[in-house]
Design a protein around this ligand. Structure first.
Ligand code: GSH
Length: 217
C-alpha cells in the first residue's frame, strides 16, 4: 500500500512532512483533510490523531502522528535513498549534538515563530481576527534575541548540528518561510544583523526538495 499523508494544504506542519518525503524521494499519496469542516475533530479522525491535529501518516497500516516523529521515521526507513538527515546512531557525540539541535528548534524557534505566524498572517488574512500588535512586537523581539544564539552557533559551523544539514535545520523551514514570505519579516534574512543565520537560511531554503513542495500540496 502506498504511503499516505493525511493533512491540510494550509498546514505548515503538513508541508514539513511533504518536504521530507520529497528529500527522501518517497512516493506518497496526499489525502486532504477538510479542516474548515472540522474533519480533524471527528470521532473517526481522533482514532488516528487523538489530539485532533493534522497531519498524520499511514504507512501500510502503520499510523503515526507528530511531524518530527514522522520525519525521523521517513528519514530512517529510507536512509540511503536520499541524503542522510541525521548522524549515524552509533556516533554518540554526533547524535548528542543532533539531539541538541532538535531541542534548539523546538524550544527556541517553533513556538515563537508560530505565534508570529498567527498574529501577523493567520489572524488578519485567514481568520478575520485582529492582530494583537503588542504580542506580535513581543514575539518578534523574542525571536530576534533567540537568533543571537543561532548566530553564535552558525558562526562556528555550517549547520545547527555541525557541518552537515540535518532534520533539525529543515524543521525550521515550514514556519520560517511562512513568516518570511507571507509575513514579510526579515528576521532570517538580515545579513547585517545575523550574517550567519542569513547564510544558513539562504542555504536551507533553496534546497530543491523544499522549492518543489513549498508552493503547496
Ligand atoms: N506538534 C504537532 C502540531 C500539528 C499542528 O499544530 N497542526 C495544526 C494545523 S497547522 C492543527 O491541526 N491545529 C488544530 C488544533 O490544534 O486543534 C505536529 O508537529 O504534528
Amino acid at each position: 500500500m502506498v504511503f499516505k499523508l493525511f493533512g491540510s494544504p494550509l498546514s505548515r506542519p503538513t508541508l514539513r512532512v511533504a518536504h521530507i518525503l520529497k528529500e527522501m524521494q518517497v512516493p506518497s499519496e496526499f489525502v486532504a483533510i477538510e479542516v474548515s469542516a472540522k474533519e480533524h475533530k471527528t470521532a473517526e479522525y481522533l482514532k488516528k490523531q487523538p489530539f485532533g491535529q493534522v497531519p498524520y501518516i499511514d504507512d501500510d497500516g502503520f499510523v503515526l502522528f507528530e511531524t518530527r516523529a514522522i520525519c525521523k521515521y521517513i528519514a530512517t526507513k529510507w536512509r540511503g535513498q536520499g541524503p542522510a538527515l541525521f548522524p549515524d546512531p552509533s556516533d554518540l557525540k554526533a547524535t548528542a549534538l543532533f539531539d541538541q539541535a532538535l531541542s534548539i528548534e523546538y524550544s527556541n524557534f517553533d513556538n515563537t515563530a508560530i505565534n508570529i505566524a498567527l498574529e501577523k498572517v493567520y489572524k488578519p488574512k485567514y481568520l478575520d481576527k485582529p492582530t494583537d500588535e503588542a504580542l506580535l512586537v513581543e514575539q518578534v523581539r523574542k525571536l530576534e534575541e533567540k537568533l543571537d544564539g543561532y548566530e553564535a552557533i552558525l558562526s562556528k559551523q555550517k549547520y545547527l548540528a555541525g557541518e552537515y544539514v540535518t532534520l533539525a535545520d529543515l524543521y525550521h523551514l515550514s514556519f520560517g518561510s511562512f513568516i518570511t514570505e507571507e509575513g514579510g519579516l526579515t528576521l532570517l534574512t538580515n545579513e547585517a544583523k545575523h550574517p550567519n543565520v542569513s547564510r544558513w537560511w539562504k542555504d536551507i531554503s533553496s534546497r530543491p526538495a523544499w522549492l518543489a513542495v513549498k508552493g503547496g500540496l
